[in-house]
Ligand binder design. Structure first.
Ligand code: F6R
Length: 613
């Protein structure tokens, strides 16, 4: 939700900011803007639409001899995606600018108060009040004015402020929206919402915490607590991602590249954590003592969107193998319901970004109620990983495509590892089964790698007769029911085709009324424990003239008697089917969306990291 970039240092600032924004555009692309200080004056360029439009406007200013500035790419919350609402926002004098990610909840009353004092507003955004509020308190000390303004503000914010009266420094503040500093002795100091913006310049980063204020200068930085007013010593973290990981590497879209990275993402998530000889799982960063493990009598899995689908799969795994009851919650519901949580309830957040506002709020509530918190997360140092008692990183590398793909399969791999870990610690599975399941998990990356090129070709061909449909149903049973939900989500978010996922057995309780020749149904029918039931459900669809795509087990010739459109996958242990069956679902969504000419990496109205409620 909005990307923030700031820089002061020896490089020319405009290219640094634009490159940073390009790497953060997945966070929002409704408008973009940049500001830099040149000859004592703030120069601002803004444009509605994507970054490419801003770049066209900037033209020759790319080589401006300026060394301090800020940039912003917006996901609109308050005010339409217009140029007037694009950040940076200025005060009345035009000498002070603010960029912001988050929501200022009391902006309306502040705006009225400031208008009464003569401030003139030029946008409909909540952000603009910040510029005017700081101006109101500004005498000759920017930091003091920012502190006074912050004391009046309610909501979430990651802020960058630049004032012509303090030409060598940026001021940044964080409260409930991510903000990270990049430090480099030779290049200067960087500010960003997320790590990919920093990767071309430095791997040394400092994660800001809530209610902290940073002063960034070319030759260093200082961070203060807004609660105590005192300087804070922060840890510098070295990131092991490289800039190329956030590039397309010859693929047409990030999404396709990231699907093809799935075998590696699974391997990176699994390797070193499981002994291939014994199947024993080690998760050193999990933060659970033997006493904690003995105490657990229930698990809550909390997540949003695709990560929630991973949680749904994990419920089946954990209950079956570790014998612990699991509740799965959508984080935005979890945080507002009457929770029955105590210290025996292990709460696990699942999040690619580690910054999703609802998920973060959910674990904070559970933590306050005494629960142990674990996060399954892809971003080292993200807020969730810092607030949880323990972490299981997914090691998928940076995910840039807005639709989550490799992060999802890595979440599944991490959750299966976690299931084995629990089952082994609680001795709910035999050594033999532990070894068998561990080897299946280790082996699944190779299966995915082998199948990917064939699947891509077959699916490109298959979608010719489906890409112009208006609706789609995805169905699956048991472990594959969440994959049906995920397939439907992928399709709707990138192709704008209306798609729903259902548990196959639920069809006859309502949705079957929708079935006709215009409503294709994709059914996941591996030869697993519920195969016969799944096939019966498919027959019910066929009997009503439904168009059917089946994804099933190699050699299952019966599937061809139901429909011509069958995608075969190799037989693997049924516990691994959710990982394997995700691949064709993702490729199908990708193929349909690209055939329809959709922007798969930046679908309309979406942003990757949802840091507002
Ligand atoms: C869909 C998608 C979203 C995210 C959701 C949670 O493709 O990417 O549904 O899964 O916004 O994000 P994280 O995992 O970062 O908490």
């Amino acid at each position: 939700m909005c990307g923030i970039v700031g820089y002061c240092g020896s490089r020319r600032v405009v290219p640094v900011i634009l490159e940073g924004l390009r790497r953060l555009e997945y966070r929002g692309y409704d408008s973009a803007g940049i500001v830099y200080l040149q000859d004592g004056k703030l120069i601002k360029h803004r444009s509605e639409g994507k970054l490419s439009r801003l770049e066209a406007i900037i033209g020759d200013a790319i080589i401006a001899p300026a060394h301090i500035g800020l940039g912003h790419t917006r996901w609109a919350t308050h005010g339409a995606p217009t140029t007037a609402n694009a950040h940076p926002h200025s005060d009345c004098s035009g000498n002070l600018v603010v960029i912001h990610n988050g929501i200022i909840e009391n902006y309306h009353s502040l705006r009225e108060e400031l208008k009464d004092k003569g401030h003139i507003f030029t946008s409909q955004t909540d952000t603009e009040v910040l510029a005017h509020l700081i101006e109101e308190y500004l005498e000759n000390d920017l930091v003091a004015a920012v502190k006074k303004a912050i004391a009046r503000v309610e909501g979430s914010y990651a802020l960058g402020v630049l004032w012509a009266g303090m030409p060598d420094a940026l001021v940044a503040v964080r409260n409930q929206s991510p903000l990270v500093l990049g430090v480099s002795e030779h290049e200067g100091t960087f500010l960003a919402s997320d790590i990919p913006a920093l990767l071309p310049y430095t791997k040394e980063v400092i994660f800001m915490d809530d209610m902290e204020l940073a002063i960034l200068k070319a030759d260093g930085h200082q961070i203060f607590s807004l609660v105590t007013g005192l300087p804070v010593e922060k840890k510098v973290t070295t990131i092991d991602w490289n800039p190329a990981m956030a590039e397309k590497a010859g693929f047409k879209h990030f999404m396709l590249k990231e699907i093809f990275e799935e075998p590696q993402a699974i391997t990176n998530t699994v390797s070193g954590r499981i002994n291939p000889e014994t199947g024993e799982v080690v998760l050193p960063e999990i933060g659970l003592t033997a006493a904690d493990l003995a105490d657990i009598d229930r698990i809550f899995l909390v997540a949003c969107g695709t990560s929630w689908h991973a949680a749904l799969v994990a419920k089946y795994w954990i209950e079956k193998y570790a014998n612990i009851p699991v509740e799965v919650d959508i984080a935005s519901e979890f945080r507002y319901r009457h929770l029955l949580i105590n210290k025996r309830v292990l709460t696990i957040s699942i999040s690619q970004s580690g910054e999703t506002a609802d998920t973060l709020a959910g674990i904070r509530i559970a933590k306050e109620m005494g629960a142990k918190i674990i996060t399954i997360c892809n971003v080292v140092g993200s807020t969730m990983t810092r607030e949880a008692h323990g972490t299981v990183y997914t090691h998928a590398g940076p995910e840039i495509g807005v639709a989550s793909t490799k992060a999802f399969v890595s979440q599944l791999a991490a959750l299966f590892l976690f299931t084995l870990y629990l089952a082994q610690k609680k001795q709910t599975i035999s050594r033999e089964l532990g070894l068998e399941l561990g080897q299946e998990l280790i082996g699944i990356a190779g299966v995915v790698e082998r199948e990917l090129p064939r699947l891509q070709k077959e699916i490109e061909h298959l979608i010719e007769s489906y890409y112009d449909c208006r609706d789609f149903l995805f169905v699956g049973r048991s472990l594959n029911y969440p994959i049906a939900l995920e397939g439907a989500l992928k399709l709707k978010e990138i192709s704008y085709i209306h798609a729903e996922g259902y548990a196959s057995g639920e069809l006859k309780h309502g949705p079957i009324a929708l079935i006709d020749k215009d409503m294709p149904v994709l059914a996941l029918v591996p030869q697993d424990e519920v195969y016969q039931k799944s096939i019966s459900n498919v027959e019910e669809i066929k009997a009503r003239q439904g168009r059917i795509i089946l994804i099933g087990t190699e050699g299952d010739s019966h599937l061809r008697t139901i429909t011509d459109d069958v995608i075969y996958l190799p037989k693997v242990h049924s516990a691994m089917n959710p990982i394997l069956y995700t691949i064709p679902a993702q490729l199908l969504a990708y193929a349909i969306a690209t055939k329809r000419g959709c922007d798969v990496d930046q679908p309309r109205n979406l942003a990757k990291s949802v840091t507002v409620e």
